[in-house]
Design a protein around this ligand. Structure first.
Ligand code: PLP
Length: 456
């Protein structure tokens, strides 16, 4: 099936018991055993079925199958949030005395996990100077157990050369872990380019409506844990915490995700609720359509901002002058993300005035909602970082991050225009090439008579 079809049908046909075509919400903690032997077989992983919803649940299982299929992976697990996904994904690979090599452009809380929490457990995180493969390779040593990146960085908007990073990681016998939250599998499937593990905050574009927290970890099933058993004994040696289970024997190519479920979901407990899984499934049904409109509106908004006299700079990978333009063509087929950043002339104070003047666009910390959203990362999502860490993460003091929604694009630019005008006093009316926003779905609206920002 193609992505548009997987988004609607992946992991579910009709409920075998009731023939319900909507995915049922299995709001249950536990499942009845037929007998003591049946229970033992389930606990020994010899029989298929459900035991307890902290380990697996039929509604969550549909979401897991759908996300794995969208990403082209072997199997997935879903967890309570994107942050839980990042946390479990790396803890499943890294033990005391070992290290992780990461790009510096990261979502703020992931940076906090790497810079503070993992070191407190005895695992180091080595931040490379940049997202360039050579800078990453320089940081790898004999104790490195994974390379970590965001396919599209939040908020920097940098695009990682996933294939090159996968080659670097594999040269050193370690997996590449990619956070694909901002790109979504509609824009980019990291596994197609050699990534081994993909993580997601389902809270963002995947769910798409700002209602539900959730996360996913997808296993490509391609990394050979047996071949690299010296570095990763936890997959091929008996696990005393699960009566001696050997994950590579039992789960074969899905050993990584099998251990994630048996150790981190069962013992760590960051479980996704069945109702949340249902809401996320509903969101995913329209993901391909929404991403298309997000991308289209993002392009028009980036162009509007670039042409506005009150705007100092705009970082958008769809502009030919962006250092990531080439990678946007290579990996995203030119469909740059609708999460973009810009600075208002007049620096921090002008940026603050602009932010306070927004009316339609919501002031909050989230991305990937159907609604347009704005945030000031330096004072919110990336507040915990030092100014130097912020600089490396691509966060400037005056920077505004926009997550362009799927409202009518002229209502979005109207709001940006009025807020810029009030913040700086400069007029918003500018010449701009009409064809940039004259896309098939929006073209009927882009007539000279019913807009005032773009003049043909
Ligand atoms: N990864 C990225 C790239 C994010 O942007 C976020 C949240 O903004 C997360 C992970 C964490 O996701 P959640 O808020 O679902 O825990």
């Amino acid at each position: 099936m193609r992505p548009e079809t997987i988004a609607i049908h992946g992991g579910f046909d009709a409920d075998p018991a009731t023939k319900s075509v909507a995915v049922p919400i299995h709001q249950t903690v536990a499942y009845a055993f037929d007998s003591a032997d049946h229970a033992a077989a389930l606990f020994n992983l010899e029989a298929d079925g459900f035991r307890y919803s902290r380990i697996s649940n039929p509604t969550v299982a549909v979401l897991e199958e759908r996300v794995a299929a969208l990403e082209g992976g072997a199997q997935a697990i879903c967890v309570s949030s994107g942050q839980a996904a990042v946390h479990c994904a790396v803890l499943n690979l890294i033990q005391q005395g070992m290290n992780l090599v990461s790009v510096p452009m990261l979502y703020g809380t992931t940076h906090t996990l790497f810079a503070h929490m993992l070191p407190s457990l005895g695992a180091a995180v080595r931040f490379a100077e940049s997202d360039q493969p050579a800078d990453i390779e320089r940081m790898i040593d004999g104790n490195t157990r994974a390379v970590y990146c965001e396919s599209i960085g939040n908020p920097a908007g940098n695009i990682c050369d996933v294939a090159a990073l996968a080659r670097v990681a594999h040269r050193h016998g370690i997996p590449l872990v990619v956070d694909n939250t901002v790109a979504t599998p509609i824009l980019l499937r990291p596994i197609d380019y050699g990534a081994d593990i993909v993580v997601h905050s389902l809270t963002k574009f995947m769910g798409g409506h700002g209602t539900t927290l959730g996360g996913a970890i997808v296993d490509s099933g391609r990394f050979d844990w047996k071949e690299h058993a010296e570095r990763f004994p936890m997959f091929s040696q008996p696990d005393p915490s699960y009566h001696g289970l050997v994950y590579t024997d039992h789960f074969k190519e899905a050993a990584y995700i099998g251990r994630c479920r048996s150790v981190f979901l069962r013992v760590g407990g960051s479980v996704l609720s069945p109702l949340s899984a249902f809401l996320l499934l509903q969101g995913i049904e329209t993901l391909p359509l929404r991403v298309e409109r997000h991308v289209e509106n993002g392009k028009a908004v980036a162009e509007f901002l670039r042409n506005h006299p009150s705007v100092d700079w705009v970082e958008y990978a769809g502009f030919p002058e962006s250092p990531y333009f080439g990678l946007a063509q290579q990996y995203l087929a030119g469909r740059a993300s609708s999460v973009l950043t810009f600075g208002v002339k007049g620096g921090f104070e002008a940026g603050k005035r602009f932010y306070d003047e927004l009316k339609l666009i919501k002031r909050l910390v989230n991305i990937g909602d159907a609604k347009s959203l704005a945030c000031h990362p330096a004072s919110t999502t990336h507040r915990q970082m030092s100014p130097e860490e912020q600089r490396k993460a691509g966060v400037r003091p005056e920077m505004i991050r926009l997550s362009v929604g799927i409202e009518h694009v002229l209502d979005i630019t109207d709001d940006l225009g009025q807020a810029l005008e009030r913040a700086s006093g400069a007029t918003a009316i500018r010449e701009a090439p009409l064809e940039l926003v004259n896309t098939p779905s929006n073209s009927e609206y882009f007539h000279e008579s019913n807009h005032h920002f773009y003049k043909p």
